[in-house]
Design a protein around this ligand. Structure first.
Ligand SMILES: *[C@@H]1O[C@H](CO)[C@@H](O)[C@H](O)[C@H]1NC(C)=O
Length: 273
């Protein structure tokens, strides 16, 4: 290769600059003073370029830093379960909900017992508590920030609405109850076709929501004594979870009821029997 044939050819660091080795090889001729002057000029020129280069690097670093801060600050408080870094041009939707992350292993949750198993008062109570504050109050300003949305009016001002998580939890509760129709539904009065399509809709929206915020935690496999033909799944690291207690506390602080809603205008039903 051409470059290998000329091992001592250096590309100048900055244009016009004289290489240090070249300076050392300047012969002491009658032009000594001139050479010294030349060396001085070169030295100062080198200092000037170094200063220029470091100033440029400094300016670039500072502006890149502030650009980064500008891009990340307004989104870091948003309620996106995907960490909102590296989202490029994708818009992170506004939400007034406070989101704090906590590390958590999802196996061995002490709450698991009360959400699983046969229908019983403890299970119903657990689900009821989880869906407390499903309806919450929003201010006019908050919904204006949420893509100029409107909702059902709250009789004391603002609107009544909810969060995505409440819809998802409602759906899981629906599916759980569907597993025990004899306990939760009356066989005579229930519209089974309607119930089926409700549960089916719930599964479909859960599918989309889970894929939307795709969990990319590393899961691993392990052979165990009680799984001879299929290895068990392991999760080597704790998840980073939204602090549910903190979020639910915030929701409870703005809980609304059906009775707080301003009802529909009569004209909506004109012409209907
Ligand atoms: C919301 O409405 C305001 C006032 O009409 C407008 O300036 C703003 O661009 C709108 N925002 C969105 C996201 O549509």
């Amino acid at each position: 290769m051409a470059s290998e044939k000329k091992p001592h050819q250096y590309a100048p660091l900055l244009s016009q600059e004289v290489n240090h080795e070249d300076l050392e090889s300047i012969p002491l001729t009658s032009n000594f003073t001139l050479d010294l002057l030349q060396q001085e000029i070169t030295k100062w020129r080198r200092r000037f370029y170094l200063l220029l280069a470091s100033s440029l690097i400094c300016i670039l670093t500072i502006s890149a830093g502030s650009e980064y801060r500008l891009r990340t600050t307004p989104t870091s408080e948003f309620s996106c379960p995907i960490f909102p870094t590296n989202h490029g041009s994708v818009e992170i939707p506004y939400s007034p909900a406070p989101v704090k992350y906590v590390n958590k292993y999802l196996v061995g949750d002490p709450d698991t017992k009360k959400f699983m198993g046969e229908p019983r008062p403890e299970l119903d109570e657990a689900w009821h508590e989880l869906l407390d504050a499903t309806l919450i109050r929003y201010t006019d300003d908050e919904l204006a920030l949420a893509n100029n949305a409107t909702s059902v009016r709250h009789k004391d001002g603002g609107y009544v609405g909810g969060l995505g998580i409440s819809h998802a939890l409602h759906c899981i509760k629906r599916i759980k109850q569907y597993l025990h129709p004899e306990y939760y539904y009356s066989h005579e009065k229930q519209d089974w076709k309607e119930l089926y399509s409700h549960v089916d809709h719930c599964l479909e929206s859960l599918r989309q929501e889970l894929m939307c915020s795709a969990d990319v935690n590393v899961y691993t496999l392990k052979w165990t004594r009680h799984s001879r033909f299929k290895p068990s799944v392991k999760v080597p690291q704790p998840h980073a979870c939204v602090d549910w207690e903190a979020l639910h506390g915030w929701m409870k602080g703005r809980a609304s009821r059906f009775e707080d809603m301003i009802g529909p205008p009569d004209r909506l039903y004109e012409g209907l029997e």
